[in-house]
Design a protein around this ligand. Structure first.
Ligand code: GCB
Length: 603
């Protein structure tokens, strides 16, 4: 699915800003559907409030009911459609939602135009006919969003009803989950209208390679709306100079004296992007779309992760889309600040723990040369019922949507299909075999993994991954307070996994909570000193093992983030190197020194 971009033939109109909002607080949460709230202006249904898009709704009022709300919430906006869009019958008018967590139904002027399951990926519909059918102006867009998670959603969850009137109020129920971040909900990314001509570029797939100084861009353009369009492709370098052209929907562009796409700190000119201009000509007119293209290769040996045939060591972070007030809502200042912080600390990579991030974030990663492990929302698959065929079928759909969205990003070097599933359970073998085989069939050019915290001897999914990604929290969840165990336990961890699988290993999470400003020496848990010492102990082992088969270390976490309330969380998870407001703790300075040193040694 192409990211909506403007061009000579395409216009984009953002519908961000204030929407009208109402949470359905009725006992069965179904009043909105029973009373057809989508048929009339939402304000006529009852009390409404202002709600910004994009943003999570949870933290915007003082109401605990809204913060912890489970069920349907309703959004509505009136939008003016430019007259020229309406009059030109050859203009396709598309409505696109960047993401809405978790389940969404969309109406235009009371007519349902789409439904989508999954909280982190875009969905769109051609609304030209609906808009042209109804002369009422402006048009009314209604989006109902439901954040309920069940055994077959991704991530999974369960709803638990408490029916004991001596202990719980009437209609009391809770959402249980097995993941460690707040289940923020709402419309998290941009909603927009965009146009294309009647005959249009529906999709583009590129895969890249090189030989000596020649780069190759294999492309496949999928046309829509016309039986026999003619397609012309031009590749421009950074200075706008044409370096290759081709005709036809399928082809290979040959790039002499290629500038490869290199990771940050691995090259003096990281993140080099060409522009691939695609022109699709049909009787009805011409469609133009420009795709940024980075030329690079990725491969894996039994001990190395290679980018452009050179060993790459991940010294990076795990992140969350998370900040004060906005929750998981997309926010440009936050994105820019986070990239500046990552570059400041010398991080060359991040994992999109534990769900696909906004496309704009991947575009930044492409441009800055920050390498990405792209993770789907398969987090917290712990219940055996979430390994059944219904769950698997949905998981395959999510991987398909994820790859369709992110396949062309040079920054994305590996897919992660899950985080810490119950991989020791018997059905996990079949489940991960299917999932990984399918992902590889969609994209044979990138390695595939999932992140494990299982025992190396009993993990059923590990045989199918290309890179072993292990999470461990020695001296935290195990042997809390005993820093002296880290070195021996970590060495054993690495040796066990490598002996069994002979695959490169990434320490995909490690860390400790630290409440910023809390100090104790000798170190004790939750202080900055303890967090720093945990890191130092891990680093000593990484330094021994990265000479052999360890190909990366990703700290948990880049910044503090919000979680559900619980006895182990003091207003959220505090394993960040930065606070939630992005101020550094002692660990951030330690990592900065380390990452720059590693970059200087290996770059
Ligand atoms: C993990 C999870 C991550 C948690 C982290 C923690 O293993 O993958 O989502 O936040 O541990 O701090 O407990």
């Amino acid at each position: 699915m192409l990211f909506p971009r403007e061009s000579l033939s395409r216009e984009v109109k953002e519908l961000n800003g204030l929407w009208t909002f109402r949470a359905d607080l009725s006992p069965n949460r179904n009043q909105g559907f029973d009373q057809f709230w989508f048929k009339r202006p939402l304000a006529e249904s009852g009390p409404v409030i202002d709600m910004p898009v994009p943003s999570s709704f949870n933290d915007l009022t003082q109401s605990p009911k809204l913060r912890d709300f489970i069920g349907w919430v309703w959004y509505e906006k009136e939008a003016w459609i430019p007259q020229r869009w309406l009059q030109d019958k050859d203009t396709r008018i598309m409505l696109r939602v960047g993401s809405a967590h978790y389940y969404a139904v969309v109406w235009v002027n009371g007519v349902q135009v789409m439904e989508h399951e999954g909280g982190h990926l875009p969905f769109e519909a051609n609304i030209s006919d609906v808009i042209r059918m109804d002369a009422s102006m402006p048009c009314r867009i209604t989006i109902a969003v439901n954040n309920t998670l069940d055994l077959h959603t991704l991530p999974p969850g369960t709803i638990q009803y408490m029916n004991d009137p001596t202990r719980y109020p009437a209609d009391y129920f809770v959402q249980n989950t097995n993941f460690d971040f707040f289940n923020y909900a709402g419309i998290h990314r941009s909603v927009l209208l965009y146009t294309t001509p009647k005959a249009y570029i529906d999709d583009i797939t590129v895969t890249t390679s090189f030989s000596d100084s020649t780069g190759f861009v294999k492309y496949n353009v999928t046309p829509g709306g016309s039986a026999k369009p003619s397609v012309k492709v031009t590749l421009m370098d950074k200075d706008g100079k044409c370096v290759a052209t081709a005709n036809g929907t399928l082809g290979v562009l040959k790039v002499p004296e290629v500038n490869l796409w290199w990771p940050y700190l691995m090259h003096q000119n990281p993140g080099y992007l060409y522009s691939m201009e695609v022109q699709l000509k049909a009787e009805s007119g011409v469609d133009y779309y420009t795709l940024p293209v980075g030329i690079r290769t990725v491969s894996v040996t039994s001990t190395q992760f290679l980018i452009n045939n050179k060993p790459f060591y991940f010294h990076g972070v795990n992140k969350h889309e998370d900040s004060d007030i906005r929750g998981k809502g997309f926010d440009w200042p936050l994105v820019v600040k986070d990239f500046n912080l990552m570059k400041w600390m010398g991080a060359n990579s991040f994992r999109t723990s534990h769900y696909p991030y906004a496309e704009e974030i991947l575009q930044m990663a492409d441009r800055h040369g920050i390498v990405v492990i792209d993770e789907c929302p398969g987090v917290g698959i712990k219940d055996i019922r979430s390994f059944d065929n219904t769950s698997l079928a949905h998981h395959l759909v999510v991987m398909k949507e994820l790859l369709r969205r992110d396949k062309n990003h040079p920054s994305v070097v590996m897919w992660s299909v899950a985080n810490e599933p119950a991989a020791e359970m018997p059905p996990a073998g079949y489940y991960f075999k299917q999932l990984i085989t399918y992902t590889k069939s969609l994209d044979p050019t990138r390695p595939v993994t999932f992140i494990t915290d299982s025992n190396y001897a009993r993990d059923q999914g590990a045989p199918y991954v290309d890179v072993i990604c292990v999470n461990s929290y020695f001296s935290w969840y195990h042997d809390p307070g005993h820093l002296e165990v880290i070195s021996i336990q970590l060495q054993t961890q690495f040796d066990d996994w490598y002996k069994k699988y002979k695959k490169p290993i990434i320490q995909s999470e490690y860390g400790a909570d630290a409440v910023a400003g809390l100090h104790n020496d000798p170190p004790s848990m939750f202080t900055e000193e303890y967090q720093k010492t945990v890191l130092q102990n891990y680093h000593r082992v990484f330094d021994q093992k990265r000479k052999d088969f360890v190909v990366g270390e990703l700290i948990w976490n880049f910044a503090d983030f919000m979680t559900a309330q619980g006895i182990t969380r003091v207003v959220g998870n505090k394993k960040g190197m930065f606070t939630r407001q992005r101020q550094p703790k002692a660990g951030a300075f330690l990592l900065k020194e380390r990452y720059w040193r590693i970059a200087n040694e290996t770059g």
